[in-house]
Design a protein around this ligand. Structure first.
Ligand SMILES: Cc1ncc(C[n+]2csc(CCOP(=O)(O)OP(=O)(O)O)c2C)c(N)n1
Ligand SMILES: [Mg+2]
Length: 266
């Protein structure tokens, strides 16, 4: 949360924001602003593990939009050719920002693309927590055994816009409402209740705990200092300081002139 605020107590010392979250101490290697940028990076990490005889699995998450990028195909080829220990996890939520799947991809059965590189691959109901857990456990075990890469297409949906600036004019409200009814948390809770594993009091306690944790993260982020990171750009990220610089003042004036955006400039 502190990283989202751009604060120095964030995992990338406030320099990454939502696009470049990185925490090497927890083996969490991004956040990549370039669509598909994380895929060759993951292949490199898996190559390092293989060369150094470490029995690790690199889990590489990306949206289906990344599968139209050249980097995806180069990475699949090398991962398969060198039998690298990497588990590719594509979250297919049917839209790349505003572009629906049929307008992005010539082959809509996305898992077949990995299959073409001789990587074992399957499509999974990404709205079903059990199905996802089972498929990932099986795939990760195969990768860890040294069988080479594995690919899972997790079929899901994005309930919100791609970003804060996405007005979602490209899809109907009814479509979103339909998918929300089948949301993974809704389905999981229903199933736990049906199986007698969850009662109202336990659910309320879990929701309270989660709420408290999120509130704590927000407070820590609010309290965190600006720009205390080390390096040559020390302190430059403090918005107050930047806005009072000549460049900052010029940018602020330019933005003010352009706001609200007209149809032609937006
Ligand atoms: C190489 C590259 N091209 C274009 C963009 C602009 N861009 C940002 S996100 C995105 C769509 C990505 O699709 P997906 O991964 O399905 O994301 P979703 O909309 O589902 O969140 C695009 C084209 C980018 N960041 N990098
Ligand atoms: Mg998508």
């Amino acid at each position: 949360m502190a990283e989202m605020y751009g604060k120095a107590n964030g995992c990338s010392r406030g320099r990454g924001g939502s696009m470049h979250m990185f925490d090497a101490s927890r083996r969490f290697y991004g956040g990549h602003a370039i669509v598909a940028g994380g895929i060759p990076f993951a292949v490199g990490l898996a190559l390092a593990d293989k060369l150094q005889d470490r029995r690790r699995v690199t889990a590489c998450f990306f949206g289906e939009g990344a599968m139209a990028e050249g980097e995806f195909h180069e990475s699949m080829n090398l991962a398969a050719l060198w039998r690298l220990p990497v588990l590719f996890l594509c979250e297919n939520n049917l839209y790349a920002i505003s572009t629906p799947l049929p307008v992005q991809q010539s082959e809509r059965e996305l898992y077949l693309k990995a299959h073409a590189y001789r990587i074992p691959s399957e499509a999974v109901d990404g709205m079903d927590v059990y199905a996802v857990e089972t498929a990932i456990a099986r795939a990760a075990a195969a990768v860890r055994r040294g069988d080479g890469p594995y690919f899972l297409e997790l079929r899901t949906y994005r309930f919100r816009g791609h970003s804060m600036g996405d007005p979602q004019r490209y899809r109907a409200k009814e479509e979103i409402a339909d998918w929300e009814k089948r949301g993974p948390i809704v389905q999981f809770v229903d199933r736990l209740r049906r199986d007698g594993l969850l009662d109202d009091a336990t659910l309320a306690a879990i929701e309270r705990d989660v709420g408290e944790e999120v509130a704590w993260a927000v407070e820590e982020a609010e309290r965190g200092p600006w720009g205390a990171g080390r390096g040559p750009r020390e302190g430059r990220l403090q918005p107050g300081r930047w806005l009072s610089s000549p460049t900052g003042r010029r940018c602020a004036r330019r933005c003010a002139r352009r706001w609200p955006p007209t149809r032609a400039s937006s």
